[in-house]
Design a protein around this ligand. Structure first.
Ligand SMILES: Nc1ncnc2c1ncn2[C@@H]1O[C@H](COP(=O)(O)OP(=O)(O)OP(=O)(O)O)[C@@H](O)[C@H]1O
Length: 271
């Protein structure tokens, strides 16, 4: 097959270049290519520039000086480290925030349905005579259930724990339903059990998407990465290819080959 004609062969996004904070180099020249439809994990120590790379790919302001090129031709969803929840919106309002800002959900959706759940398809109005889109409401409901927060759908962020807030941010990112998804330490505030569940959930819901996952955690990279990259001050290096992963699933956390990969990644991070 002609690779140029095959959309799967073209990268989902790429970044090449280097960055400085003031006069101090942040990262040495890197050449990062995100393969379409796969999970790329970016591991690395704190402060080496991983979040900055994510923000550059997302096209957001970083405050650093970047000399290089970013290519991206797909709509992107970014889950930043800080959940960035809106304090006066409840869980459903936060999950559906993007749609409400884009005007694809009525702005009064939350005021009318504080729990985010219209009483049935086509019922109710948004105050302007339009029916609220029940499919969006149902999708938001399903995601909130999937992240284990159904019983808190009408809670505001100040009534949630750090891990619960992070799960709201995850549901909001998944609700965006974008082909390219950038995740910055998305599970870092979760207990080990919930973390494993959310890894599996994300692997399922983001199957076929192009994902860049920034993580400090070699165990996470070993479960989720189709490719694993290590960013250090000296630059970016590629770790040995992980074993194939069942489409739509994280690798089992207790499989010997996953534990061995975790140990190998840890050794590389310590080197
Ligand atoms: N706008 C900015 N102004 C000043 N310093 C910045 C700015 N943005 C990033 N930095 C610095 O650049 C470095 C890299 O930040 P970045 O958040 O990208 O690292 P990281 O690898 O994601 O770290 P962590 O794993 O701790 O989140 C940090 O030392 C940070 O203080």
């Amino acid at each position: 097959m002609n690779r140029l004609a095959d959309p799967a062969a073209t990268p989902a996004a790429s970044l090449s270049g280097r960055a400085w904070v003031g006069e101090a180099p942040l990262f040495a020249p890197v050449d990062l290519v995100l393969e379409r439809g796969r999970w790329t994990c970016l591991l690395g120590p704190s402060g080496v520039g991983k979040s900055t790379i994510l923000r550059l790919i997302a096209g957001l302001d970083t405050g650093v000086r970047f000399d290089g090129k970013v290519h991206r031709d797909q709509p992107v969803a970014l889950m930043a480290q800080d959940p960035g929840l809106i304090p006066w919106l409840d869980v459903t309002g936060n999950v559906t925030l993007g749609a409400r800002l884009r005007g694809t959900l009525p702005i009064s959706f939350m005021a009318k349905y504080p729990g985010g759940r219209p009483s049935g398809p086509g019922k109710g109005t948004d105050g302007r005579g339009a029916a609220p889109p029940a499919d969006s409401a149902a999708r938001a409901d399903a995601l909130i259930r999937a992240v284990g927060l159904s019983d808190r759908a009408d809670h505001r962020p100040d009534r949630l724990s750090g891990g619960q807030r992070q799960r709201v941010a995850l549901a909001r990112t998944l609700f965006e339903d974008r082909p390219l998804v950038l995740l910055d330490e998305p599970f870092s505030a979760l207990d080990a059990r919930t973390r494993a569940q959310m890894q599996e959930l994300s692997a399922g819901l983001l199957a076929g998407r192009s994902v860049l996952l920034v993580t400090h955690d070699p165990a996470e990279a070993a479960r989720l990465g189709d490719r694993i990259l290590l960013l250090r001050e000296q630059g970016l290096s590629e770790c040995p290819a992980p074993p194939p992963r069942r489409q739509g699933h994280a690798r089992p956390y207790d499989a010997l080959e996953v534990l061995a990969m975790q140990a190998d990644l840890m050794r590389r991070m310590m080197a």
